[in-house]
Design a protein around this ligand. Sequence first.
Ligand code: S3P
Length: 168
Amino acid sequence: MSSKDQVIVLIGPMGVGKTTVGRKLAKILGLPFVDTDALIIDTHGPISNIFEEQGEPTFRAYEEDAVAKALSEPGIVATGGGAVLSQKNQEALKSATVIYLSTDGKHMGSRLKSGNRPLLKNGLSDWRKIYDSRRKIYESVADVEINTSGQPLTATISEIREKLGIND
Ligand code: S3P
């Protein structure tokens, strides 16, 4: 196993299923699972409070720390949708296998309702604008892209395993 194979990172827009896919993949592969949003929450409290009281730049600084920590040990890492904005994170991701979960955006409306995301005050229209502004970055840092549109979790997992050459 090369060092790049030891950390698998999921990137992609808000609500695409990075945490769900990451958790499942970790279970199948018997590897630890880390979610960078969860690391931030554990240390600094709810994300919406951080945005409100300390501002987005502070959140992004916390996110850089969380990404560095998550990438320092073998495992599966789910990142927040904006983690790829940071140059530092983009550099750090070069040491890992990066999977971009993309979507055509259908069915996103219902998926986003359950979340409490400070950047989505105007719901789906904000989501679209933000995703469009980041598409190129996701594509440029990814080793593999999986289009999750209209496919169940099991199909996404199978595709990841196939593309990464992970056998039983
Ligand atoms: C963000 C995505 C969120 C969270 C924060 C900001 C973003 O994570 O990190 O609300 O900028 O796209 P999810 O992608 O898990 O929703």
